[in-house]
Write a protein that binds this ligand. Structure first.
Ligand code: GLU
Length: 422
């Protein structure tokens, strides 16, 4: 027998490998043919770009970026653009795969795409950020477009960045092209409700899961890792529903109050300086946030935070993955054995791309919906998708992640068959 000395070393931490393992697991459960699995395990197109940007001090810096398009059998590819110093090509490929399966779970007529630029926007001036945004979109302009591939915000990009990108593309294209990108400011063809959509969708799935587990929302304790778009708005929406937000963290640290945090104060501190100003006595080690004894844990930051190194110590009853790829396959096994209900990223955070789809539809029609209409349509899709996934998971005696992949895989396979690809 081979002794495994250090299991942690053997863990999958390359998100591309994680995504491939997730696809394989679900496909094998369905008895899908090898050649179909081979197609689904890789992006169909990947572009690497290096583009020069003039910095404020007059120097030129070359930035590297990627756009990965996973599969466009049911429609154009779709997915955000991430600006982060740790972006890698494999990460972007994985994120594009997750987008395909995410769109499939909620039934959108899109495949998956994702972009990333290696940069730290926290260290760029506003004008440098604008030049990086425009430089990247110019560099990938040949492969994007309203009927080809439609970017959107992701980690450390926002509606202003989308506005610059839309502007550059429209100028290159010679016509106003709002439908090339989603997550834009309202005045430039953005959709009501888009900014809150990822969080709103995530909270809807949490509500459905709580109902299934017979857990009351009122007074339920919640820990949230990440205080960006998804984490911050999820915190607010859950608090509105009566939940108690006991812990939040951002890239600088974490705070915890078992009695419940004063969210308005946390938000004010975040905007002014740092959430850590909440008080030294409330500060905790950010990694321990994940292990708190709470009802709901919302990882809303980056990949690979729940691993086999800490999965066994997770006490939450429900994990709602607002982030993409926060849980490794090894951790998934441990959580399943421990009875933790994981609402997988491709379902839990699908609200963002769902309202992106609504934005694109509105752009193409040039006719705009009210926030109530958007939220109602989003809610219908999220509730239906949650129960479809949950039902299939029960039928196949599997977890929600595998079931969510199964729904998407069947859909993509059917389209590939009909189009004669397989
Ligand atoms: N970046 C978001 C995601 O990972 C949104 C993508 C989109 O709206 O196209 O789902």
């Amino acid at each position: 027998m081979v002794m495994i000395k250090n299991r942690v070393e053997l863990e999958t931490i390359n998100p591309y490998v994680t995504a491939q393992r997730q696809v394989e697991a679900a496909a094998r459960k369905l008895g899908i043919e090898e050649h179909v699995i081979e197609i689904l395990k890789r992006p169909m197109r990947v572009l690497t770009v290096n583009f020069p940007v003039k910095m404020d001090d007059g120097t030129i810096q070359v930035f590297e970026g990627y756009r990965s398009q996973h599969n466009d059998v049911v429609g154009p590819t779709k997915g955000g653009i991430r600006f982060h110093p740790d972006v890698t090509l494999d990460e972007v490929k994985a994120l594009s795969m997750w987008m395909s399966f995410k769109c499939g779970v909620v039934g959108l007529p899109y495949g998956g795409g994702k972009g990333g630029v290696i940069c730290d926007p926290r260290k760029l001036s506003k004008s440098e950020l604008e030049r990086v945004s425009r430089g990247f979109i110019e560099a990938i302009s040949q492969i994007i477009g309203p009927e080809k591939d439609i970017p959107a915000p992701d980690v450390y990009t926002n509606p202003q960045v989308m506005a610059w990108m839309m502007d550059s593309f429209s100028k290159l294209n010679g016509s106003y092209s709002p439908a090339v990108i989603t997550g834009k400011p309202l005045i430039l063809g953005g959709s009501e409700g888009r900014n809150e959509a990822t969080a709103r969708g995530c909270v809807i799935t949490i509500c459905e899961a709580m109902k299934q587990l017979n857990l009351p929302l009122e007074g339920a304790t919640v820990a949230i890792q990440g205080f960006g778009n998804a984490g911050r708005i999820s915190a607010n929406l859950l608090a509105e529903l009566g939940c108690k937000i006991v812990a939040v963290s951002d890239s600088k640290g974490a705070i915890y109050d078992p009695e419940g945090l004063d969210l308005a104060k946390v938000e004010q501190l975040k905007d002014e300086a740092t959430i850590l100003d909440y008080g030294t006595s409330y500060q905790i080690d950010p990694s321990s946030l994940l292990e708190l004894n709470v009802d709901v844990l919302v990882p809303a930051a980056l990949e690979n935070v729940i691993t086999q190194a800490n999965a066994d110590r997770i006490q939450a009853k429900i994990i709602a993955e607002a982030a993409n790829g926060p849980t490794t396959p090894e951790a998934d096994e441990i959580l399943k054995a421990n009875g933790v209900l994981v609402i997988p990223d491709i379902l839990a955070n699908a609200g963002g791309v769902t309202v992106s789809y609504f934005e694109w539809v509105q752009n193409l029609m040039n006719y705009y919906w009210s926030e109530e209409e958007v939220n109602e349509k989003l809610s219908t899709i999220m509730v239906r998708s949650y129960h479809e996934v949950s039902k299939l998971a029960e039928e196949y005696d599997t977890d929600l992640r595998t079931a969510a992949y199964m729904i998407s895989i069947l859909r993509i396979k059917k389209a590939m068959k009909l189009r004669g690809w397989i």
